[in-house]
Structure formats: C-alpha cells, structure tokens
Design a protein around this ligand. Sequence first.
Ligand code: PXP
Length: 243
Amino acid sequence: MPRLGVNIDHVATLRQARGGHEPDLLQAALVAEASGADGITVHLREDRRHIQDGDLWVLRKSIKTRMNLELAIEPAMVAIAIEVRPDEITFVPENRAELTTEGGLDVIGQRARVAEAVRRCQAAGLDVSLFIDPSLDPVRASADLGVTAVELHTGRYADATNPEAVQRELAALVDAGALVRRLGLTLHSGHGLNYANVGPVATIAEMTELNIGHSIISAAVFVGLETAVRKMKAAILGEAVTI
Ligand code: PXP
C-alpha cells in the first residue's frame, strides 16, 4: 500500500483567514498521524498564503512520521529547506497568481536552475523529489538529475470529465510510472486526488507515496480530520468510501 502524505496546507489557509492561531496546525498534523497518515506534507509558498516559516520548525520538531516540504526552486526557498532538513524536499513550479500548483516542474526548459537546487539539497544530504507531468521526457530529465523520487502530477487525471479521458490520463500515469521504476526512481503521485478517484492511482505498480490535501481537509469539515484520514487510507486500499 502506498504511503499517505497528508497535505495540511489548508488547515493553515483557514488559520490565515483570521491571522490568529486557530485551527492549530501542529494539532492537525498530530491528529493526521494518529489516524494513519504516513507523512505530513506542507507547501511553503513564496507568498506565504498558508504555511508560514515558523510552522516548519514546529512541525519538524514534533511530528513522528515523514515531513515532506514542497517548495519552488528559488535559492531563498532552497536555503530554508536546507535549514529545516525535512525528510524529503519536493520541488514544485510556482506562479504567484495560481490558485494551486498548475502543472509539473519544467525540468527540461529550466534544467540549469532545477539542477542547481537539487545539487544544493543533495550536498546537504537531503532527499529530493521533483513534481512533474506524467510523460516520458520529464521522467528521463529527472533521472538525469539524480533525484531519488518523482511525484507524478495527477491533476489532468483528476480533472478528466468522461470515462475515455479518465482512462487516457490513467494510462499516461501508468506509462510514466513504469519508466520511473525502470530508471530506478521512487514513484509518488498527487494533486486533485479524492476518495472517488484515488483507487486506480494507488494500484499503479510500486506506487510508493500519495500526497493528498484538499479533499481530506474538505471532508474533515463534515466528518472530522481523524475520520477523513482513516477513510482516505481505506480508499487507497480500494474500498468504496463515502463522506
Ligand atoms: N502534491 C503537490 C506537489 C502539490 O503541490 C499539491 C498541492 O499543494 C498536492 C500534492 C496536493 O494536492 P491536493 O490538495 O489537490 O490534494
């Protein structure tokens, strides 16, 4: 069964709406862990719209599972990652105007910048994953950079609106996943996954980690975070789950 990395960014989004301390981000991380999360994922965005720098230190000190820190390849962000020393760094593209991460990292067009960010993290002894579109060239380019893992962007699969499109996008994930494994990288996926669509992605051979945020935090509004995480674990195992 793939690991479930629970992305708690939107707990911080709610907190930032009032600028205070509620809901408490660490409490969310600890409840997620106690409910079966195998890791906690946070995205430190350059505009700091949800996760704040101080959150990273609080989480780093107190969570017991894996900490996956997502950030842009900007030198200032890389410096923060190296100081915090998460268990894993996932580099993502970032555009300030976007509502959420909108596509995979341009590992080919931005090769020199990505390579430098990867090099700095690896020199500090940190594991790096690259968030890329599920197609073959970005997978090859990622392997050339010597990263440990790639996270395939499941957004197009999640957004597919008819059965043929779903199958086509799933096939793209399966094909890219096969190449990821052949090239010796660890396979992660995420973005837009929910209780209804996670099952087929979870069964892709050697899928090691799924990072899921929005649908878990949305479900938590109705059923609480503990149930939301437990039900996502069940959905990953292929159970039909309703919220
Ligand atoms: N993986 C990456 C690299 C992301 O940037 C995000 C969104 O921050 C996610 C996974 C989680 O996506 P969602 O919130 O749609 O589950």
